[in-house]
Structure formats: structure tokens, C-alpha cells
Ligand binder design. Structure first.
Ligand code: 5GP
Length: 199
């Protein structure tokens, strides 16, 4: 998605060789116009997927998820991150190891808001090792619902998450794909559909 890759080129800051900081438009300050366009793009890409609900994880997934929910006219739920749980009987829970914080979190959603009839679109800001997306998919499957796809704003294609997700058979749509973050520079990868035509 050109709007997003242009913004990353202009404002993204590379930390080390594998972290991209996007605090000026996604992770701290947010760009509502860009989020609106992202929501419309997810709605376009998943228009035939029969999505009934969107699931994301707090906090940075919420903005793009709510815009996608608006564009697709479906409810949006965000999984909460909690260290320890007291009452679990009304919750689906999964454990996710955080790439950026290097700690494990329990993620939870209320059983009230994920139903077995649901076809769920999972949305998150970044895809690195795939732990967050796979943990969210686990919550969906605990509910007996179906994962209709996974939508990511920024996929770091040089990390294993994308392959893991595709190997599990999920449909993955990433709006920007990063081939490398070597030497402080963002190098983009081609869109997956374009790539598959030529590879
Ligand atoms: P994964 O679970 O795929 O390993 O990592 C995805 C999660 O880690 C995302 O929810 C995101 O919050 C965070 N994350 C992973 N890589 C980056 C990165 O390069 N930059 C930022 N800002 N967050 C990242």
C-alpha cells in the first residue's frame, strides 16, 4: 500500500537490524487519515471473506482494527494483555511471547464476544515472529469460530512470522512488506501476489 510505504520511508526509524520505530504515525502519535485508508484497504482485500468480527490486541492494533470495522460494518474486539489471571472461566486465554518487550503475556477475550458462528479477521500493526497473530488465532479457535484472515500493517518478511502463518494455512494480507532493515535502511519486498506471479 503506497500511502503506508511512503510514510514508512519518510518517518520510520530503524533500530538495530530488526526493529522499526513508527511512533509518529502508528505506535504513539496516530495518523487518522492514514488509519482510515488502511481500514478501507483491509475492507477491499477481505470483502469476499465473509468477516463477521474483527479481533486485534491492545494497544497498537486498535486504531487500524476500528477503522477496518467501520469500513466493513462489523464489531471489533481487542484482546487484553494480563500478567496473571484470577478469574478465567468466562475468558479464552492464550500465552504470547512479546517480540519487543521480551516477556510472556497472557492474552484474553471474553467468551461473550467471540462466538462459534463468527468468521474472524485478525488485525495487528506488526508481524515479526508471528506470536501475537498465532495467539489471537488460538483464541478464535478456542471459541470454535473460524479465522477468515490475518491483516497486518507492517510485515517484516525477513523474520519467521509470515511463513509460520502461511504454513498453518491462514490467509495473510500485509499492507507493507519489509525485506530488510540492514544499515539503518528500510528495504521493501514486493507484494505477495506480485511476487508469486514471478517466483
Ligand atoms: P510477533 O508476535 O509477530 O513476534 O510480533 C508482533 C508484535 O510485536 C506486534 O504486536 C508489535 O506490537 C510488536 N513488534 C514486532 N516488531 C516490531 C517492530 O519492528 N516495531 C514495532 N514498533 N513493534 C514491533
Amino acid at each position: 500500500m503506497k500511502l503506508l510505504t511512503d510514510k514508512i520511508e519518510r518517518e520510520g526509524i530503524v533500530l538495530g537490524n530488526n526493529v522499526l520505530k513508527v511512533d509518529s504515525f502508528i505506535n504513539h502519535q496516530m495518523d487518522p487519515q492514514l488509519m482510515n485508508e488502511i481500514g478501507l484497504e483491509f475492507a477491499r482485500r477481505f470483502k469476499d471473506a465473509g468477516v463477521t468480527r474483527i479481533l486485534t490486541i491492545e494497544s497498537s492494533g486498535i486504531a487500524p482494527a476500528i477503522m477496518a470495522g467501520l469500513a466493513m460494518n462489523v464489531p471489533v474486539i481487542f484482546a487484553r494483555k494480563r500478567k496473571s489471571l484470577t478469574l478465567t472461566s468466562d475468558l479464552y486465554t492464550s500465552t504470547v511471547y512479546s517480540f519487543t518487550k521480551q516477556e510472556s503475556n497472557e492474552i484474553t477475550v471474553s467468551k461473550k464476544y467471540l462466538l462459534k458462528e463468527d468468521r474472524v479477521l485478525i488485525i495487528d500493526d506488526f508481524l515479526a515472529n508471528g506470536q501475537a497473530a498465532i495467539g489471537l488465532a488460538d483464541l478464535v479457535e478456542q471459541a470454535g469460530a473460524e479465522v477468515s484472515g490475518i491483516g497486518i500493517l507492517i510485515e517484516k518478511s525477513f523474520q519467521p512470522g509470515a511463513d509460520e502463518i502461511l504454513k498453518k494455512g491462514y490467509r495473510l494480507e500485509s499492507l507493507a512488506r519489509i525485506a530488510s532493515l540492514q544499515d539503518g535502511k528500510v528495504k521493501f519486498a514486493a507484494d505477495r501476489e506480485v511476487q508469486s506471479i514471478y517466483s
